[in-house]
Design a binder for this molecule. Structure first.
Ligand code: FEO
Length: 173
């Protein structure tokens, strides 16, 4: 088998996490659809971009496995949540997803540590840093939505969301 072999326990964790990234992409697309239907185009654009980032994350994990001679196994992606009562609920859900994602990354890292898998540790360190950014924008999103407590405030936030959060969420693009 080509590549630096990966221990089964680490492989299991990375497989789980890469499928989690695909499901996060799916979930953010659903948030973008919800926002589009309510004319929150700025939120929609932000969540579509986030969905694209989650796909990149999944690809990073797949590339790591392929480089190590392991086959990424893609599992079924559950239908995402589509019902929300408010933009605040959407923002809170995005934050919950990121918190769960951080926990998943840390769990995978612990397996890499326990199995002395140094390449997986390095690969996962990128994700550990990424989750600091992801949780930062998610916290800020919830805070800003809470503060935009009138129709005018929400409309203004929608127009400027990408600019306001882009440094944290998309590396300042
Ligand atoms: Fe793949 Fe939102 O972190």
């Amino acid at each position: 088998m080509p590549g630096l072999p990966i221990k089964p326990a680490v492989l299991t964790e990375i497989q789980r996490q890469l499928n989690h990234e695909w499901s996060a992409a799916h979930a953010y697309t659903a948030l973008a659809v919800w926002c589009t239907e309510r004319n929150l185009k700025g939120f929609a654009q932000f969540f579509y971009k986030q969905s694209g980032e989650e796909r990149e994350h999944a690809q990073k994990f797949m590339d790591h496995l392929l480089d190590r001679g392991a086959t990424p196994e893609l599992s079924a992606i559950p239908a995402p949540r589509t019902k929300f009562k408010s933009v605040l609920e959407v923002a809170q859900y995005a934050r919950e997803m990121e918190q769960a994602n951080t926990a998943g990354i840390h769990q995978a890292y612990e397996a890499a540590l326990a199995n002395k898998d140094y390449p997986a540790q390095v690969a996962l360190q990128w994700f550990i840093s990424e989750q600091v950014e992801e949780e930062a924008w998610a916290d800020e999103l919830v805070g800003r939505v809470e503060a935009a407590n009138c129709a005018g405030g929400m409309s203004s936030l929608d127009r400027h969301l990408e600019k306001v959060l882009s440094a944290k969420a998309h590396g300042g693009e």
